[in-house]
Design a protein around this ligand. Structure first.
Ligand code: MN
Length: 209
């Protein structure tokens, strides 16, 4: 069975950039529903229910046809939000440091160019979806970084790339506070990005590369 992870901070911890009410509904109701619907879709499929969510995302072809779309949508929703909560933190934001800062500079030129690319991916995603920073094993080094976006609850793991930072641009992520102003939400989101966690995910992704 899959379970809803606790938020690693209080609902109001990301104020004023992300409001308490949005975090309550987003975590408890939206993420909660993805977990419930994923477990319901896989009822009786003990082997699939015992996989990690990361492994399941890379194994959608092995999911029975009848429930594959449900597992893709709700499993994606579970994985994506599990990443999202951890790559944000109170008293965070600013510039990355250490290995991830070096990798960002090497792959994108500098941090500001990366931010521009990432914000453009987040703004350019029509309708609901996500923007991602990923480690792409198909690059010549096996460890190259790329910015991409995905529709709905799809994610890069489904295509063999490893997300290390993700931004939810579904309206449920920002509409209570920002209404239609996705660009304002994206601009303010940088103040809560948890670069320590992004670096941890980066190191984990490249250690066998
Ligand atoms: Mn969401």
């Amino acid at each position: 069975m899959f379970t809803l992870p606790d938020l690693p901070y209080a609902y109001n911890a990301l104020e004023p950039y992300i409001d308490k009410r949005t975090m309550q509904i987003h975590h408890d109701k939206h993420h909660g529903a993805y977990v419930k619907n994923l477990n319901d879709a896989l009822a009786g499929q003990d082997a699939l229910l015992s996989m990690s969510i990361e492994a399941l995302m890379g194994s959608l072809a092995s999911v029975p046809d009848a429930v594959r779309t449900k597992v893709r949508n709700n499993g994606g929703g579970h994985y994506n939000h599990s990443v999202f909560w951890t790559v944000m933190a109170p008293n965070a934001g600013g510039r990355p440091s250490g290995a991830i800062a070096k990798a960002v500079d090497e792959n994108f030129g500098n941090f500001e160019k990366f931010q521009e690319l990432f914000a453009a991916a987040a703004m350019g995603r029509f309708g609901s979806g996500w923007a991602w920073l990923v480690v792409d094993p198909s690059t010549s080094s096996g460890q190259g970084l790329k910015v991409e976006d995905s529709a709905n609850q799809d994610n890069p793991l489904m295509e063999g790339r490893i997300p290390i930072l993700g931004l939810d641009v579904w309206e449920h992520a920002y509409y209570l506070k920002y209404q239609n102003l996705r660009a304002e939400y994206i601009k303010n989101w940088w103040y809560v990005v948890n670069w320590m966690e992004v670096e941890r995910r980066y190191k984990e992704a490249v250690q066998f590369g």
